[in-house]
Design a protein around this ligand. Sequence first.
Ligand SMILES: O=C(O)c1ccccc1NCC(=O)[C@H](O)[C@H](O)COP(=O)(O)O
Length: 222
Amino acid sequence: MTWVKICGNTSLEDAQLAVELGADALGFVFAESKRRVSSAQVAAITPHLPKHVECVGVVYSRDAAEIAAIVHEAGLTAVQLHGGVDLPLLHRLRERLGDTIGIIQTLHWVVGTDSRERLSAELREIGELAKVNRVLVDSRVGNAGGGTGVSFDWKAARSVFQDAAKTLQIIVAGGLRPENVGEAIRELDPWGVDVASGVEASPGRKDPAKLAAFLRIAKAAQ
Ligand SMILES: O=C(O)c1ccccc1NCC(=O)[C@H](O)[C@H](O)COP(=O)(O)O
C-alpha cells in the first residue's frame, strides 16, 4: 500500500484528523513558506500523536547542528532536506542523528524542462552514498521548490522512477490532489506520495473533505 505524507501541518486538529484518516506521516515546514512553523509550535503537537506516525521536519538549512536541534526540540522522527544535495551534510547528519531518525532527500523536476538526465544522476549519487534510503521528487517552478501546487511530467519521469526504485524508496510530490493522485500512482508506481496545498482550505489549514478523499484514493490506488 502506498505510504502517504500529509505536509504543511500547522495545528494539532489537522494533524490528528490526517492520522485518523490513515496518514503514515505528517510534515511540518521549517523552511520559508506560507506554512512555516516553529519548533515550539510543533513540540505542542508531536507528543499527542500516535507513535507509529512519522513526524517529518522539512528544512532548508545546511547546518547539521541546527537541523539536529530542530529534530530534538520539535520531537521529529525524520527530516526532509530541501536545500539541494549536500553530501558532507548527509554524512554529518547521520553522525549526529544516528540511525533512528530518518533522512529524506528532496530532488526536483524542473517544470517545463526535461529533467530526466540530471535527476537520474542525482538519484544514482544518492543511492551509492547509502546514507539516505528515501528520496522525495518534487516540482520546481522558478525559485519555488516546495508547496507549489504544480505537478511535473509523470510520463517523462516514469523510467527514472522505475530505475531508482531498485535501490531507493521514491516519494512523488508536487501538485497532487484527490483528482490526480490515483493517476500519479498508476503512472509512476512510487513507494510514497506527499501533498500540501492539494488538501488545503487555505494555506496551512486542511480541508477535511479533500484530506479524506486524498487518503482514500491514494490508499486504494495500485
Ligand atoms: O509546502 C511548502 O510550503 C514548502 C515550502 C518550501 C519548501 C518545502 C515545502 N513543502 C514540502 C513538501 O513536502 C510539500 O508537501 C511538497 O512540496 C508538495 O507541495 P504541494 O505541491 O503543495 O502539494
